[in-house]
Design a protein around this ligand. Structure first.
Ligand code: PGA
Length: 267
């Protein structure tokens, strides 16, 4: 299907970086850099919890959106250190990243906890960016397709297509995250197609599968973004390291803008 029918999304995952003043400065540089631009992709900045409010303030009235990097699935209670979905919605945060591989690796998140979080996010009308991807060992054992389709199916367990309409999926091979080893664009597109096929198999609704944006993530930078976006099933990027540098992130956004314009054709 033509990519014009799906949103093009560029999300910046700032991870555990930037104090509040630094976050404000980075967000302001992006707001200034994108001022008066048209044909932008959906751009989502995901700072740490402590900077969410500051980044919301700086981006207010701009085209930039804000997301959290994680949340708990529960409503409230004795869960020291956790942040609930309503704490995010009350701040005015529209997006949330769920199941990032660093959450799975360092904080014991499983497919089951990602499923609980996804249900909670949708209930609270947050737009979820669900991350999936294989480790290097899984890739070397030729388990990529099995692992990724299992992660997708498990994350979406007990949810119907109508509930899942705001879903965004990010394919992030773990071996490509923060390593400088980018996944070949043809391979990222092949896995994106596999994810779309998994959605179709789960719901038997081609229009649903065709509407879900699938992003690529893992060592995206200004030098490789155009190639990643040159394929039909990759609808944007989840960017870590390069999203911390305003010049790099602006170049990545501009590459997405160009791709959107190329798909739309001359007006
Ligand atoms: P990276 O991180 O771009 O630094 O590889 C991507 C991510 O973790 O989302």
């Amino acid at each position: 299907m033509a990519t014009t029918e799906r949103a093009l999304v560029i999300a910046g995952n700032w991870k555990m970086n930037k104090t509040r003043p630094e976050a404000r400065e980075l967000a302001q540089a992006l707001v200034d850099g994108l001022k008066a631009q048209t044909g932008l992709p959906e751009v989502v900045l995901c700072p740490s919890f402590t900077s969410l409010e500051a980044v919301l303030q700086v981006t207010s009235g701009s085209a930039l959106k804000v997301g959290a990097q994680n949340m708990d699935s529960r409503e409230s209670g004795a869960y020291t250190g956790e942040v609930s979905p309503s704490m995010l919605t009350e701040l005015g945060v529209p997006y949330v990243i769920l199941g990032h591989s660093e959450r799975r690796q360092y904080f014991a998140e499983t497919n089951a906890t990602v499923n609980l979080k996804l249900k909670a996010a949708l209930k609270h009308r947050l737009i979820p960016i669900v991350c999936v991807g294989e480790t290097v060992d899984e890739r070397e054992a030729h388990l990529t397709d099995a692992v990724v389709s299992r992660q997708v199916a498990a994350a979406l367990n007990e949810l119907d297509a109508a509930e899942l309409s705001p879903l965004i999926i990010a394919y992030e091979p773990v071996w490509a995250i923060g390593t400088g080893k980018v996944c070949e664009p043809e391979e990222a597109d092949r896995v994106a197609k596999l994810i779309r096929g998994t959605l179709n198999n789960l719901y038997h609704k081609r229009d649903f599968a065709d509407r879900i944006p699938i992003l690529y993530g893992g060592s995206v930078n200004p030098g490789n973004i155009a190639d990643q976006l040159a394929h039909s099933d990759v609808d944007g990027a989840l960017v870590g390291g390069a999203s911390l540098k305003p010049g790099d992130f602006l170049s990545i956004i501009q590459a997405a803008q160009k791709r959107a314009q190329a798909v739309a054709g001359p007006s």
